[in-house]
Design a protein. Structure first.
Length: 140
Protein backbone atom coordinates (compact mmCIF):
# COMPACT_ATOMS: atom_id res chain seq x y z
CA UNK A 1 0.00 0.00 0.00
CA UNK A 2 1.25 3.38 -1.02
CA UNK A 3 0.77 6.30 1.32
CA UNK A 4 0.52 9.65 -0.28
CA UNK A 5 1.95 12.76 1.31
CA UNK A 6 1.07 16.35 0.53
CA UNK A 7 4.80 17.25 0.29
CA UNK A 8 6.20 16.87 -3.19
CA UNK A 9 8.94 14.29 -3.51
CA UNK A 10 12.36 15.70 -4.46
CA UNK A 11 14.74 13.52 -6.33
CA UNK A 12 18.36 13.74 -5.23
CA UNK A 13 20.92 14.81 -7.80
CA UNK A 14 24.64 14.45 -7.90
CA UNK A 15 26.29 17.70 -9.02
CA UNK A 16 29.64 17.02 -10.67
CA UNK A 17 30.59 20.57 -11.68
CA UNK A 18 31.98 21.47 -8.22
CA UNK A 19 33.81 18.15 -8.23
CA UNK A 20 35.46 19.01 -11.55
CA UNK A 21 36.47 22.45 -10.21
CA UNK A 22 38.10 20.89 -7.16
CA UNK A 23 39.94 18.32 -9.27
CA UNK A 24 41.37 21.02 -11.57
CA UNK A 25 42.45 23.04 -8.54
CA UNK A 26 44.23 20.02 -7.06
CA UNK A 27 45.87 19.22 -10.38
CA UNK A 28 47.18 22.76 -10.76
CA UNK A 29 48.39 22.80 -7.14
CA UNK A 30 50.29 19.53 -7.53
CA UNK A 31 51.84 20.71 -10.77
CA UNK A 32 53.07 23.97 -9.22
CA UNK A 33 54.44 22.19 -6.16
CA UNK A 34 56.19 19.53 -8.23
CA UNK A 35 58.01 22.23 -10.21
CA UNK A 36 59.43 23.72 -7.03
CA UNK A 37 60.46 20.46 -5.39
CA UNK A 38 62.83 19.25 -8.09
CA UNK A 39 66.18 18.13 -6.79
CA UNK A 40 68.95 19.43 -8.99
CA UNK A 41 71.94 17.16 -9.01
CA UNK A 42 74.93 18.52 -10.87
CA UNK A 43 78.57 17.69 -10.98
CA UNK A 44 81.15 20.38 -10.59
CA UNK A 45 83.56 20.14 -13.46
CA UNK A 46 86.91 21.84 -13.57
CA UNK A 47 87.66 21.71 -17.28
CA UNK A 48 91.07 22.66 -18.63
CA UNK A 49 91.41 25.79 -20.70
CA UNK A 50 93.55 26.30 -23.76
CA UNK A 51 96.48 28.60 -23.21
CA UNK A 52 97.73 29.05 -26.78
CA UNK A 53 94.43 29.12 -28.66
CA UNK A 54 93.27 32.46 -29.94
CA UNK A 55 90.14 33.44 -31.74
CA UNK A 56 90.83 33.76 -35.44
CA UNK A 57 87.49 35.28 -36.34
CA UNK A 58 86.46 38.62 -34.90
CA UNK A 59 82.73 39.11 -34.70
CA UNK A 60 81.50 41.45 -37.38
CA UNK A 61 80.35 44.42 -35.31
CA UNK A 62 81.17 48.08 -34.94
CA UNK A 63 81.67 49.64 -31.51
CA UNK A 64 81.30 53.42 -31.50
CA UNK A 65 82.36 55.45 -28.47
CA UNK A 66 81.09 59.00 -28.00
CA UNK A 67 83.07 61.27 -25.67
CA UNK A 68 81.90 64.40 -23.85
CA UNK A 69 82.70 66.65 -26.83
CA UNK A 70 80.63 64.53 -29.23
CA UNK A 71 83.75 63.13 -30.92
CA UNK A 72 83.30 59.54 -32.16
CA UNK A 73 85.96 56.86 -31.90
CA UNK A 74 86.05 53.38 -33.42
CA UNK A 75 88.36 50.85 -31.75
CA UNK A 76 89.84 53.66 -29.60
CA UNK A 77 90.78 55.71 -32.68
CA UNK A 78 89.11 59.07 -33.27
CA UNK A 79 87.38 59.28 -36.62
CA UNK A 80 85.71 62.11 -38.50
CA UNK A 81 82.07 61.88 -39.51
CA UNK A 82 82.73 61.59 -43.29
CA UNK A 83 85.23 58.79 -42.66
CA UNK A 84 82.77 57.15 -40.27
CA UNK A 85 80.03 57.30 -42.89
CA UNK A 86 82.34 55.69 -45.45
CA UNK A 87 83.34 52.98 -42.95
CA UNK A 88 79.74 52.20 -42.05
CA UNK A 89 78.49 52.07 -45.64
CA UNK A 90 81.40 49.84 -46.71
CA UNK A 91 80.85 47.43 -43.81
CA UNK A 92 77.08 47.47 -44.41
CA UNK A 93 77.56 46.58 -48.08
CA UNK A 94 79.51 43.48 -46.97
CA UNK A 95 77.02 42.47 -44.25
CA UNK A 96 73.46 43.79 -44.23
CA UNK A 97 72.95 42.47 -40.66
CA UNK A 98 75.87 44.49 -39.30
CA UNK A 99 75.33 45.28 -35.60
CA UNK A 100 76.49 48.65 -34.31
CA UNK A 101 76.90 49.39 -30.60
CA UNK A 102 77.02 52.98 -29.42
CA UNK A 103 78.61 53.69 -26.05
CA UNK A 104 78.50 57.14 -24.52
CA UNK A 105 80.98 58.40 -21.97
CA UNK A 106 79.66 59.27 -18.51
CA UNK A 107 79.78 62.96 -19.30
CA UNK A 108 78.56 62.70 -22.92
CA UNK A 109 75.39 64.60 -23.68
CA UNK A 110 72.21 62.90 -24.76
CA UNK A 111 72.09 65.02 -27.89
CA UNK A 112 75.52 63.90 -29.10
CA UNK A 113 74.65 60.22 -28.63
CA UNK A 114 71.33 60.69 -30.46
CA UNK A 115 73.16 62.51 -33.28
CA UNK A 116 75.47 59.50 -33.71
CA UNK A 117 72.45 57.16 -33.59
CA UNK A 118 70.75 59.17 -36.35
CA UNK A 119 74.01 59.25 -38.32
CA UNK A 120 74.26 55.44 -38.18
CA UNK A 121 70.63 55.08 -39.26
CA UNK A 122 71.29 57.39 -42.25
CA UNK A 123 74.06 54.98 -43.31
CA UNK A 124 71.32 52.34 -43.71
CA UNK A 125 72.15 50.21 -40.69
CA UNK A 126 69.12 48.91 -38.82
CA UNK A 127 70.74 46.81 -36.06
CA UNK A 128 71.78 49.55 -33.68
CA UNK A 129 71.97 49.25 -29.90
CA UNK A 130 73.00 51.69 -27.21
CA UNK A 131 75.36 50.03 -24.79
CA UNK A 132 74.70 50.86 -21.14
CA UNK A 133 76.02 49.68 -17.82
CA UNK A 134 74.53 49.89 -14.37
CA UNK A 135 75.71 52.50 -11.92
CA UNK A 136 78.11 51.06 -9.31
CA UNK A 137 75.78 51.87 -6.40
CA UNK A 138 72.77 50.09 -8.00
CA UNK A 139 74.48 46.68 -8.16
CA UNK A 140 73.23 44.49 -5.27
Amino acid sequence: MKIRTPIAEKKSRLEIIPLIDIMFFLLASFMMISLQVQIVRTLKANLPTATLATSTKKPDMVNLNVNKDGQVSVDDKNISFPALFTLLTNRYSLNTNLPVYITGADDATHGSVMFVLDFVKRAGIQNVAISVKAAPDSIP
